[in-house]
Design a protein around this ligand. Structure first.
Ligand SMILES: Nc1ncnc2c1ncn2[C@@H]1O[C@H](COP(=O)(O)OP(=O)(O)OP(=O)(O)O)[C@@H](O)[C@H]1O
Ligand SMILES: Nc1ncnc2c1ncn2[C@@H]1O[C@H](COP(=O)(O)OP(=O)(O)OP(=O)(O)O)[C@@H](O)[C@H]1O
Ligand SMILES: [Mg+2]
Ligand SMILES: [Mg+2]
Lengths: 164, 162, 164, 162
């Protein structure tokens, strides 16, 4: 139990250091095990996150910007998925705070994982949709019920003008 | 293992039976504010056995049933079915294709099915435990939650994944 | 104290009902006073928010979408500013969850209030910037320090490509 | 009453003295992720007397001073000055133009000034109490907070405004 945890943790920590650099185009990050108390119990163990965006020095997580936080959290999730792939992953607007450059890096990371996990992504960003195999457009009918259309990428401009 | 189809009928804003076909790879869901995108995410959570009202953005199970509007009557029930390709037997169910169905009526009756066989909620939760839903379904606004957790809470999340 | 509160509350409640309809292009909303206990103390009083987006029936606040929540909260803030203008108001990406149509309505409400309050708005949305009198572009230098440029609306395309 | 000028020097990412001229109406601040936009909002909060580390996204006051990078040394202090047109005497200060300055050094010395006269933090907080900073400075990610408050907490927020 404990050995399995430490092995998985080690693998995810290595992957996170890489994924973070890819998604930020630089910088560095790490995961650290912390211990409260002297026992060997798993309950006393905690996981700390250190994140240093490119060009900046190591600081408390609290100082990160909105977009940096989203990207760091996404990097950690993707690192876990690389080590322990789950069959599918549903993401609801996790790219909302990202600027255009970071949406492109987020999209590339998603692209890299799609062969091992299936993704369902709710998004307002055109950049993220570019790698989608299928697109569903949802709209509210005047009968207060949702209606759904299967869309093609080239139809988006006309059918979904609300995209950024 | 991958999701094949999601059918939503009477759940939140999906008054009419609505079908999503998911292929391996990336499926995107887009639309204006309030159109029903997050409701689709809620439907996936719910059919996999989610019980937390907070995670479903509701206060009571009746909130999950289409409440009607000025031009359409409320629904009497909410039903969601998720069809999964299980050829690799990721789910401990002896079928290549597994359909999980969850249904609730306005009078409060709850029903659960796996490939049309009536089961209990626990059976669904146990069958889908390996899917890691606790960390692989990320609700709107919650992506950076992991950064605010205490170290011990983060470890617990990690244990689910590991 | 108590009379002043009830008077202001009444004015804000009336304004909120209007502002909500303007920002949602329909629907209805209200503020309600709630009481815990029988005393007349202000401490026992609470404020409930009811919000019904256009075409939908009255439901619990919990069911609102991300964009509907932002718009409802903005409507309440703007209602308070109409009744009790403050000299200035600083908004950091409050329009992040809004689609294009709602950004336009949010911008119109901001336009309507600018004569009574000064606004400093951090945003990623081009739509919101359209009514700005001055625009400051912030960027990160390679010395890890922020640098600021005063921008004109027509310069935005080239200087700030990251905008949505 | 309106804001005229904001000068930031050594506060968070503003290592060099940076000046923002604000005119009545709407001023927009734009830029890529991590460029320093929210840091400007933090600077306005801080100079008006904010003490909550959570509201300033920091853990200790040292976090507020530019920490340097691989190509630039850390700063020894952080200073923010906000110049306000006070011709309508909204601020209980007998001047048409009021400049509030707050400064903290790495060794932990705190200084406060109103029009170059040394004052205490309390004097700044009392002078700016009428500006409603508690509800008129909305941090990133917190706009819909008001919807999640308990009714009594919402009333308290209302009392600040009323
Ligand atoms: N049981 C129900 N009956 C009718 N309408 C409902 C029900 N439950 C939720 N809704 C409506 O669904 C809407 C929210 O939908 P949802 O959260 O899916 O929007 P969204 O497309 O994700 O929008 P956003 O882009 O703003 O996040 C709300 O307007 C709410 O009133
Ligand atoms: N004392 C400091 N010294 C150096 N850098 C700092 C300091 N405090 C904060 N930072 C840096 O400021 C950055 C965050 O800036 P800010 O929150 O203003 O970004 P932003 O422009 O609002 O971005 P976003 O669009 O993602 O919200 C972080 O990368 C953080 O490391
Ligand atoms: Mg949503
Ligand atoms: Mg920010």
């Amino acid at each position: 139990m404990r050995a399995n945890f430490e092995q998985t943790f080690g693998a995810v920590a290595r992957e996170f250091a890489l994924t973070f650099q890819i998604m930020f185009g630089g910088g560095s990050a790490s995961l650290e095990l912390t211990k409260t108390g002297d026992g060997g119990a798993l309950d006393d163990i905690g996981i700390e996150i250190n994140a240093r965006p490119p060009g900046k020095r190591q600081q408390n997580l609290a100082l990160l910007s909105g977009g940096e936080r989203s990207l760091t959290a996404a990097a950690l999730l993707f690192a876990i998925l690389k080590v322990k792939p789950t069959p599918f992953c549903v993401l609801d607007e996790v790219d909302a705070a990202l600027d255009e450059a970071n949406v492109a890096r987020f999209r590339a990371a998603l692209d890299d994982l799609r062969s091992t996990s299936q993704f369902v992504v709710v998004t307002h960003n055109r950049g993220t949709i570019e790698i989608a195999d299928s697109i569903y457009g949802v709209s509210m009918g005047d009968d207060s019920a949702s209606r759904v259309l299967s869309l093609r990428l080239d139809e988006l401009i006309t059918v979904a003008p609300h995209l950024r | 293992m991958h999701l094949k189809r999601l059918e939503i009928h009477g759940f939140k804003t999906f008054a009419s039976r609505t079908t999503f076909e998911f292929r391996p790879g990336v499926s995107a869901i887009v639309g204006p504010n309030g159109s029903g995108k997050s409701n689709v995410v809620d439907a996936i959570r719910w059919v996999l056995g989610e019980q937390s009202q907070a995670m479903l953005r509701s206060r009571k199970s009746e909130d999950l049933i289409f409440g009607g509007g000025s031009k359409r009557a409320a629904s009497g029930f909410a039903e969601v079915s998720l069809t999964i390709d299980n050829s690799d037997r990721t789910l401990p169910v002896a079928f290549d294709t597994v359909t999980i169905t969850r249904r609730v009526t306005r009078s409060g009756d709850h029903e659960y099915f796996i490939n049309r066989a009536k089961v209990r909620l626990r059976d669904i939760q146990e069958a889908t435990a390996t899917l890691g839903g606790s960390y692989t379904i990320i609700n709107q606004g919650l992506v950076d939650n992991v950064l605010d957790l205490r170290p011990e809470e983060r470890r617990r999340l990690f244990e689910d994944a590991a």
